[in-house]
Design a protein around this ligand. Structure first.
Ligand SMILES: [Zn+2]
Length: 79
């Protein structure tokens, strides 16, 4: 019995936004026991997080800005 399972199976709408990179990041690293997160790109700790809506409103983001790392650059070279 897991009441936490949403009927629609939607993902949690919490997103992370690095103020240094000025972009949404998808893989922040948690800083110890604090509620701090480190950006995996610039290693900065100026990472804000919140619901998708709040982050979008606060930083005035657009939908396209939320497409974080959807296109991973696979540097696989075929020989
Ligand atoms: Zn960053």
């Amino acid at each position: 019995m897991t009441d936490e399972s949403k009927p629609n199976g939607e993902l949690p709408s919490i997103i992370f936004f690095c103020r240094d990179c000025q972009k949404v990041i998808s893989n922040p690293q948690k800083q110890g026991a604090k509620y701090e997160y480190k950006c995996g790109v610039c290693k900065g700790t100026d990472v804000a997080f919140g619901t998708r809506k709040s982050i979008m409103d606060y930083f005035r983001l657009k939908e396209k800005d939320l497409v974080a790392e959807s296109k991973e650059q696979v540097a696989e070279s075929r020989g």
